[in-house]
Design a protein around this ligand. Sequence first.
Ligand code: SAH
Length: 407
Amino acid sequence: YGYARLMEILVPSPDRIQAPCPVARQCGGCQIQQMSYERQLTFKENKVCNNLRRLGGLDLSAMEVEPICGMEEPFHYRNKAQFPVREDENGIPQTGFFAGRSHRLIPASSCAIQHPVINEVVETVMDFLRAYGISAYREESHKGLVRHIYVRRGYHTGQIMVCLVINGNELPHAAEFITRLRTIEGMTSICLNLNTKKTNVILGPSTKLLWGSPAIEDKIGGIRYQISPQSFYQVNPVQTEKLYQTALDFADLQGNERVWDLYCGIGTIGLTAADHAKQVVGVELNRDAVRDAIGNARHNDVKNARFFAADATQWITEAAAAGQRADVIFMDPPREGSTPQFIESVARMAPKRVVYVSCNSETMARDLALLTAKGYRAEGFTPVDLFPQTAHCEVVGALTRSQKSKG
Ligand code: SAH
């Protein structure tokens, strides 16, 4: 493959549209805003199918591939934003986006895929920083205070969390910061995240609560979730509901199964399945997320789910060695996908069904090639567009154990 740069448009494609966002071209966030939304959907569907065929070696004609599940309103859908703060040439803090594959800041204070109130929060924070002369972070010298503005909003509850990521321990004029932010409707949690390391990772290890509660709450499919700043939570709440329903349909639970939710985050997939299963076990590496998952089970009165903090590969390998069994496994790994050892342990454990939820069809296809070599048959896939205007897409796949792999 190669990279190409757009120099000039000679004949525009019939699918090319005027991007609604003025910085769509420079900003690294939305790669395909200039494509009509219908074309975006076919583009993603083709990409997913190609990866499954080419990297997964799957014969898609022998299974059901559902059309991609798109969104009615493919803008202003995001519930989470991380805006970098840097200095302009006069030393004044500014915010915006890093240009694709760089750390060059493109100034902008609103974003076409964020919920509008998130844009309002960002402006309020920027006004505060400028009014009190608070410094922005400078990467080259590792000096200056404010690195990022991190905002989350609960879709069903309207609750807002603001977390200012700083290169230090204290925010000057914190009381005024709180007073200004509290005027925004829905403000629930105001925190500082301390990140004093020289790193590209946005959040540091510790978070200090300035005002309100340490987490916000949201709802998916009737279940309430506590979401801490460090916990993973899907960014498109409308589509997430469809994603989880698709995963649940693929699992085809009868009510008597032992279900494992591996890479479970705050327990969303497992808690969605709990009502339809005998028992749910969730495993997740991030301790904050596991604490959220345990609290979420309790708050929703789910009594048949347990959650553990561990590396998923290590956990399943030890469980398989100890003779533990699951009937259905949900796996939802991060972009890098799972590991060969994880797949090996799944095969040893021989659940009747595996439901793979993925945000990267390349690594999913790679993992599925291993799983099919171990006697699992892919039955069907549904791509779900959780990230309109970007080139990313989620996919759910169902696999069942074929008879001949027994023993
Ligand atoms: N199923 C959840 C989370 C999916 S994102 C949801 O739908 O919200 C992937 C999750 O895997 C993240 O929460 C991340 O913290 C976790 N993770 C990353 N590496 C892991 C590992 N090696 N073992 C267990 N969990 C891991």
